[in-house]
Design a protein around this ligand. Structure first.
Ligand code: E4P
Length: 217
């Protein structure tokens, strides 16, 4: 499973990247706003740091403008994936930019039918939002399972990029369901290391190391 980091914070990306945990990055207008940085400037910096796809989202809502913005975004670096919303205009932009040979991430996906349309429009990635479905009492993970089944039924190559991940359990379930990629905030990725039995076991070993005076160096 590929790990994308869902942030525009350079230090957080760099820390995880140094550990080989970063296969790509996703940003959105809210994350750019949170970073307080200029979109072009911060996206360029992220692309220099990370080898994999870096999603940068368009701001327009009509197809022609989205296409123009997408063509400007891909000039930033060769690893830009243009992020477009799952609207009819977004699908038109997806088709045009994919036909140009660019990576496209179709975002704000909340149904299997939307995912089917994105695959037919040539999307590189489809981003189903798990957490936001959970927020309204639906099961976001069911959507991942449905899209996986549909894409496998017909051999669509669009990669399922599980997004809006809020918990470590979302990560496990997405991996079990066969999502190709998950994007999560740095704190969720780092929390995956935690287990109380690891802490308890280490405390016991440290006590014995001290009691026995065990030294290696
Ligand atoms: C990533 O591509 C999405 O924009 C992001 O995961 C959305 O997450 P949120 O629902 O927590 O804002």
């Amino acid at each position: 499973m590929k790990f994308f980091v869902d942030t525009a914070e350079i230090d957080a990306i760099a820390e995880l990247n140094d550990l080989g945990m970063v296969d790509g990055v996703t940003t959105n207008p809210s994350l750019i706003k949170k970073s307080g940085r200029d979109i072009i400037e911060v996206t360029k910096e992220i692309c220099e740091l990370v080898d994999g796809p870096v999603s940068a989202e368009v701001t327009a809502t009509d197809a022609e403008e989205m296409i123009a913005e997408g063509r400007k975004l891909v000039e930033i670096a060769g690893n830009i994936a243009v992020k477009v919303p799952l609207t009819w205009d977004g699908l038109k932009a997806c088709k045009a930019l994919s036909d140009d040979g660019h990576m496209v991430n179709v975002t704000l996906c909340f149904s299997a039918n939307q995912a089917l349309l994105a695959a037919k429009a040539g999307a590189t990635f489809i981003s189903p939002f798990i957490g936001r479905l959970d927020d309204i009492n639906l099961d976001g993970l069911d959507l991942i399972a449905d899209i996986r089944a549909i894409y496998d039924n017909y051999g669509y190559e669009t990669q399922i990029l599980a997004a809006s991940i809020r918990t470590v359990n979302h990560v496990t379930q997405c991996a079990l369901l066969g999502a190709d990629v998950m994007t999560a905030p740095p704190n969720v990725i780092k929390a995956m290391v935690n287990h109380p039995l690891t802490d308890k076991g280490l405390d016991a070993f440290l006590a014995d190391i001290k009691a026995a005076g065990i030294k290696i160096l």
